[in-house]
Design a protein around this ligand. Sequence first.
Ligand SMILES: Nc1ncnc2c1ncn2[C@@H]1O[C@H](COP(=O)(O)OP(=O)(O)O)[C@@H](O)[C@H]1O
Ligand SMILES: [Mg+2]
Length: 222
Amino acid sequence: MLICKKIKKRFLDGDSEINILNNIDLQVSSGESVAIIGASGSGKSTLLHVISGLEKASSGEIILNNAPLLSLSENDLCKLRLENIGFIYQFHHLIKELSVYENISLPLLIANKNNNNIIKITNEIIEQVGLKHRSNFQIDKLSGGERQRVAIARSIIHKPKIIFADEPTGNLDKKNAKNIFSLLTDLANFNNSSLIVATHDIDMSSMLDKSLRIKNGSLEEL
Ligand SMILES: Nc1ncnc2c1ncn2[C@@H]1O[C@H](COP(=O)(O)OP(=O)(O)O)[C@@H](O)[C@H]1O
Ligand SMILES: [Mg+2]
């Protein structure tokens, strides 16, 4: 379902090029969960951005849901991402002026879903992430853990085939981190979505099917 072959990503640093990703091969099947572990600066975010189509690879091949990501038009790429991908950022990127309900329903509004469906699905997912009592709260009135629940709900509301999470628990205390991580894996399982999580927390990675380490631009299985 996600196949990456010989992916390279180079950045220019002044006049010299640095290879952040160097011939990365990766395959993730439907419903499989994978942890990408690595030190800060090792390229975890870059890898997630490239394989989810947020950033272009310098070279290589990425097949997501049978579509060749690197040769799609900008329009087709947006459509593919909107329908098939959920992305959870480390700093959640929620719209703080909007309520919990409004933030979570946003992907369905953008996808032009029917209004009654939006209400029903949004309320269901708010219940699933345990935020019913916070539905009308503005984002800046929430705790860190609650905000990450909103980000998770928003990323999976369209039941994406694949969810990317970039250090989703990086800013939470241990107990909250474990709860949020369990919630994320439970919901991914529930929807049979694949899950790719960047983390530097080995405890968290052990909750997933497979762990890979990124080091010097390459991936190795743990
Ligand atoms: N747009 C960019 N231009 C130049 N260098 C970048 C850019 N984005 C990331 N890098 C560099 O790539 C390396 C990997 O960064 P990143 O993927 O954010 O690592 P991680 O998420 O593992 O901490 C870092 O050295 C970072 O400075
Ligand atoms: Mg990062």
